[in-house]
Write a protein that binds this ligand. Sequence first.
Ligand code: HEC
Length: 199
Amino acid sequence: MMNKKLMILVFALAAISCQDPKNNQQNNRDTVNINEQYYIETGDKIVAESFKSLSSNLMSAMKAGGVKNAAGFCHIEAQPLTDSLSNHFNTEIHRVALKYRNPNNALNRMDKVVFEDYLSTKQLQPQLETSQDKITYYKPILLAKPCLKCHGAIGEDISEEDYAYLTELYPDDRAVGFKEGDLRGLWRISFNANSTRTE
Ligand code: HEC
């Protein structure tokens, strides 16, 4: 009788100790998945906010004074605008491109790999890259119709006069000749990997 109880106890203990590491593994995996989901969702939210803010400012500048006024606005305001959004969300927000207008927005090494990947796979889902101290969110930026006025074909979508003004502001401008639906660039949002969610 005693022996039987003991055996049950041993089996029970064995069962618990066998289960434990499995549970832990499962928990770790869940934590990683939850964090990934958190960064994707936060990235999506930041992109939506930034896009809304940039495009509504751009559109009212266009209405008020055409491409010349709006391009001037982009030149002066785009950086501070994304900077203030960066501060608000405590991240670094960038718009980067292979064919850039502002050389500050050129692709870095990691951006290049991601950009090539989006170009070749044509998939448009956001993705995360993790390095030692950073988690980087990427999302493709596609060219829409209203963008052609400043990023389309010279002499067709962009008037010669507007283009002359753009190259005055950006002598190394490469961000022209795009068509609707082209991959124009990437949103790149960097999170500090040490400031993971504690919730
Ligand atoms: C009124 C002209 C104008 C319009 C319209 C416009 N852009 Fe731009 N775009 C600019 C200027 C000027 C810059 C450079 C801003 C800077 O100095 O950071 C720029 C920069 C960018 C960049 C950052 C990378 C780079 O090339 O420097 C992206 C990405 C971009 N535009 C995408 C778009 C998209 C997508 C649209 C349409 C939704 C659009 N733009 C509409 C003028 C315009």
